[in-house]
Write a protein that binds this ligand. Structure first.
Ligand SMILES: Nc1nc2c(ncn2[C@@H]2O[C@H](COP(=O)(O)OP(=O)(O)OP(=O)(O)O)[C@@H](O)[C@H]2O)c(=O)[nH]1
Length: 173
């Protein structure tokens, strides 16, 4: 007998494609919303294999969820070398209502984010706070990082040549 109401949980994963603009480029992010519940742990791995970015979410009011987020960060760092990590604190609207609801000290999170070389956002699905900024950063980093990779993996590009096509290389059309 399930101990939590299954109807509100993600089972497996949900997919959405989000078209973004970065400068003059169009990038289509393929976003998998994987299940956070431990019972779907093995299944989540199937979806993030080969991912270039991962948004690891925790509830800003729940310190336990921050510990679970750390577990996923470790997993990603061990298994997905090319995957950039974005740590995302959710439900920031609850903190606006009452600051005492913060479950994890802001500076502790910041220290952790610096240590793992990730970005950190505090978002709210309810008010939409910082959600667009988060996905914009994911898209921008993807474009910039891919352009950088092309330059370093290839024979090399004269960085002084600003009009080099490598600066405008596109990932998805
Ligand atoms: N106040 C507030 N509540 C939120 C917010 N986001 C989610 N919730 C609530 O938190 C609960 C869980 O939200 P979900 O989006 O189902 O959480 P989840 O992490 O995707 O859960 P799984 O599908 O099991 O992975 C629901 O009751 C939501 O209404 C938010 O930004 N603000």
């Amino acid at each position: 007998v399930p101990t939590t109401p299954l109807a509100s949980q993600t089972i497996g994963a949900a997919f959405v494609a989000k078209v973004m603009t970065v400068g003059e480029q169009t990038v289509t992010l393929g976003i998998w919303d994987t299940a956070g519940s431990e019972r779907y742990e093995a299944m989540s791995r199937i979806y993030y294999r080969g991912a270039r970015a991962a948004v690891v979410c925790y509830d800003l009011t729940d310190s336990g969820s921050f510990q679970r987020a750390k577990f996923w960060v470790n997993e990603l760092q061990n298994c997905e070398e090319g995957c950039r990590i974005y740590l995302c604190g959710t439900k920031s609207d609850l903190l606006e209502e009452d600051r005492r609801k913060r479950g994890v000290d802001f500076h502790d999170v910041q220290d952790y984010v610096d240590e793992i070389k990730a970005d950190h956002f505090e978002t709210s699905s309810k008010t939409g706070q910082s959600v667009d900024e988060l996905f914009q950063k994911v898209a921008e980093d993807y474009v910039n990082f891919t352009a950088f990779q092309v330059m370093t993996e290839d024979k090399g590009v004269n960085l002084g040549q600003r009009n080099s096509p490598y600066f405008y290389s596109c990932c998805h059309h």
